[in-house]
Design a protein around this ligand. Sequence first.
Ligand code: FES
Length: 578
Amino acid sequence: MTKTTADLRSRRWFNASGMRAFAHRQRIQQMGLRREDVMDRPIIGLINTWSDLSPCHAHLRERAEAVKRGILLAGGMPFELPAMSLGEVLVKPTTMLYRNFLAMEVEELIRSLPLDGVVLLAGCDKTVPGTIMGATSAGLPFIFCPAGPMLNDRYVRAGQPERRIGAGTHTRMFWDEYQAGAVSDAEWVQLEGRMTRSPGTCNTMGTASTMAGIAEALGLTLPGASSIPAMDAAHPRMATDCGERIVAMVFEDLTPAKLLTPAAFHNAAAVTMAMAGSTNASIHLLAMARRAGVSYGLQDLDAMARQVPVLANLFPSGEGLMEDFHYAGGLPALMNRIRAHLKTDCLTVNGRTLGENLAGRTAQNDDVIRPLDRPVSTAPALAVLRGNLAPHGAVIKPSAASEKFFKHRGRVLVFDSPAALNAACADPALDCDENTILVLRNAGPIGAPGMPEWGNLPIPKKLLDQGVRDMVRISDARMSGTHYGTCVLHVSPESAAGGVLALVQNGDMLRMDIAARELELEVDEAELARRRAAWQPPAKPYTRGFVRLYQEHVTQAHEGCDFDFLQGTGDTPEPAIY
Ligand code: FES
């Protein structure tokens, strides 16, 4: 069904008679605009996550102008609306604490203002699911304009081959080498100033790249948009295209309900596995699906991971960076490689089907976007483990883990906080070896709170000095998508919710078998019951504010960590205008 100007939602504010409509038009003219600027034309909100403290979005203030140009050229009227800016690295304790805050803000911004359609400008990790979740619940036509990845860096050291280096993955890698004395103080300082050399999101297949790819696979971006480097001239052109397209989407009534179908989430899951996307996708994808009323669970992701091989040769599972991926053909080329796993009749924001968009988009570099018979890794991008330690599931990224630990049994060393863990790791007398399993608890959605990216637990200094670079590590935390290692994450239920993780003691034996998808604490039921009887839930020091709301309503990792009262598609009435 298509719409005409007579059907525009914004007419309720501007084209009515009476004192309220008079006041609305009056206030528009107060800003130097004309009456006719908002009469009988689509009013488009640009929800912009730019801020001075969001480095990955440093260019989005300027990009908003490109989007506005497109809207005006298409006959719409743009209004830019700032929204909470979640720059991953600077926001503490973790941006995940505020993803739902951003989603609520976006939903209420859209619902409360005279808008007909929306362009979302975002990119840094949580800003992608946060804006999409909110816009999905609001239900108006929207298009996602991704921030795009930052530029590559190169690491040159005499006597060594040149290495491409990017954000996140290499920070952790160089930190371990610095701790072990393999990187000098001078080099460490130099690296600080050059590894993130332009605005844009992390250029590895971290959470930002993963979520942008998922947005494209869901049909929410223009074809190929998710990998355009932030500083490429193609990026502002894409932003203008977004502005032009949203005006048409309003008249086509191309709402998220028509795009975000079960088939679209199936495609997003397939793409996540082919990209070897961040483990964080297993939370955000489920949360977005629930907002769209689509039933999708960890078991569906595990099933997809068993079918779709890792084809994108990108850090941390492979060797390239997002620029390489873009010039190799980007997501359309990758999707063509896994076409047999996709539902190509899904509709996308450009009004065409995914299959139509993929026509002719072939890979330009078989090393970066591998053919099906030459995957980057024989290990899957995700495995969902279950057992008495994680009855609702825990996740691991086998493609970025050490194969020697895929089947492992070890003695547990457990920590109640990152501070205790960090102090112990610095202790040269710490009782551990390479086969010890490090466990961190109180790091989940309720316990931390906010489920920070603490899951890439540090390797004890004593072992780093011995050349150890990986160990089995288990937590109810998340891990940065840019990181790597044999890290079991998102243990559900978390310890603060009374999960078995809360009952683990030093010296317990723990068994992990990735092929069998098992994670088992070798402690019998009677002993676990005895420990549970003595267990006290940790205190919740937040008695007010958003964090209290968060702790009272956040769901567990296997449910997407959304607030219980925001899930689903229940009808929220349009605001009354009196
Ligand atoms: Fe913003 Fe990585 S810190 S995308």
